[in-house]
Design a protein around this ligand. Structure first.
Ligand code: SAH
Ligand code: SF4
Length: 393
């Protein structure tokens, strides 16, 4: 099946001097950073200390200019400036919703674009980041799924999204100070564009940078990775990332899930659940979030709710009900509020938390599943306009 075939990343985290310019230090693991410093004349003995210092400037204080790294000798700073850069993706457009949600349109190498969304709430601030440009999968309700995969993001482009949001929110402490107590970005969710487990190594390296205590320093319990169900990579995520897991479940029979989430044809509900049962123990996390998009007359009956609680029996879980967010040309409708309430009630009575996710940033198309590169959107609407014109003549 081509739509679920794993794709080969065309960007690697292995540091190499690219013909087109200096090496970007953002996104390198500590080991990789050490290696490039040694390759550029840093002694093995000094390398560990230099890694620690540079790491702190980049990830704790958000410095982009080597000349500001005042605890390094002047000629060492000059060597860094000659060979390396500290670069994050460029924000080409920022929109702020009536509800305070911010959406950044971000340009990465090659001129591709991804979207990053910041959602402020009273008790937290969540940054929703992307892992791929487009997606190889074609979930029927998802706008991103209508955009073919362009490429995987590098680790630098993934952690760079956190850094550029911190820039915009002015959330870098003064050099010499530790992090702020009350963080604006307190949580990260890998729920933007793309399937994070099809870009495993880069997502892992980026999240390990986010969790590193000498930098951005987010607890692994404040990072949630959402997958459509890439079964072979789930145990690996527990082992190598250890963050919280959310799974895009969305249906209670294989027949319906095959249609909504086509990866189900490769790894069906039973296979997926068997793997999920192991995740909390392997990752030492409390519970798994089951995401369930509410689609009118498709997956929202009382029988679906009852089947859902039967299926997940024994898995520590919370069920996040997501009212379907519409996008132009979508083949579904959102379930009625009373239907969503009745569905939530059945789940709640069975002993599971069943919060209904309040759509955020809808006025700027920033809600779940509405993300798609703006240029792609423009192309599509032009095509649509042409088709409409043709139909009308
Ligand atoms: N590819 C990953 C993560 C990105 S999608 C995954 O599929 O899990 C993040 C969440 O938004 C998923 O649960 C996805 O199913 C949901 N989603 C996608 N399109 C949506 C839409 N139009 N309305 C509501 N939720 C949607
Ligand atoms: Fe890809 Fe997730 Fe959208 Fe499915 S829901 S098409 S896996 S981004």
């Amino acid at each position: 099946m081509t739509d679920t075939a794993p794709i080969t990343p065309d960007v690697t985290t292995i540091p190499r001097k690219l013909p087109e310019g200096p090496v970007n230090l953002v996104g390198l693991t500590r080991a990789a950073l050490r290696q490039v410093l040694i390759e550029h004349g840093t002694s093995e003995k000094q390398a560990k200390m230099r890694v620690g210092q540079i790491w702190q400037w980049i990830y704790q204080w958000g410095v982009r200019d080597f000349s500001q790294m005042t605890n390094l000798a002047k000629d060492y700073r000059a060597m860094l400036a000659d060979n390396f850069v500290i670069a994050v993706p460029e924000v080409v457009n920022k929109q702020v919703s009536r509800d305070g949600t911010r959406k950044y349109l971000v340009r990465i190498n090659g001129g591709h674009e991804v979207e990053v969304v910041y959602i402020p709430e009273t008790d937290r601030g969540t940054l929703c980041i992307s892992s791929q440009v487009g997606c190889t999968l074609t979930c029927s309700f998802c706008h991103t799924g209508t955009q073919r995969l362009v490429r995987n993001l590098s680790a630098g482009e993934i952690i760079g999204q956190v850094m550029l949001a911190r820039d915009d929110l002015c959330e870098w402490p003064e050099p010499g100070r530790r992090s702020y107590d009350a963080r604006l970005i307190s949580n990260i969710v890998l729920m933007g564009m793309g399937e994070p487990l099809y870009n495993f190594e880069n997502v892992r390296d980026a999240m390990n940078i986010a969790m590193d205590g000498d930098g951005i320093s987010l607890s692994r319990r404040r990072i949630t990775l959402s997958t459509s169900g890439v079964v072979p990579e789930i145990a690996r995520a527990a082992d190598e990332i250890g963050c919280l897991l959310a799974v895009s479940f969305h249906a209670t029979t294989d027949e319906v899930r095959d249609r909504l989430v086509p990866i189900n044809r490769k790894w069906n509900i039973e296979t997926l659940l068997a793997t999920l049962r192991e995740y909390p123990r392997l990752s030492n996390s409390e519970r798994i979030t089951f995401e369930y998009v509410m689609l009118k007359d498709v997956n929202d009956s009382d029988a679906d709710a009852r089947r859902l609680v039967q299926l997940i029996k024994g898995i520590p879980a919370k069920i996040n009900l997501i009212p379907f967010n519409e996008w132009p040309g979508a083949p579904h409708q959102r379930s009625d509020p009373e239907r969503i309430e009745a569905f939530a009630e059945i789940i709640y009575r069975a002993g599971y938390a069943s919060p209904v996710r309040r759509p955020r940033g809808e006025d700027i198309m920033a809600a779940c599943g509405q993300l798609k590169s703006a240029t792609e959107r423009a192309r599509k609407s032009k095509r649509q306009i042409e088709a409409e014109t043709k139909a009308a003549t």
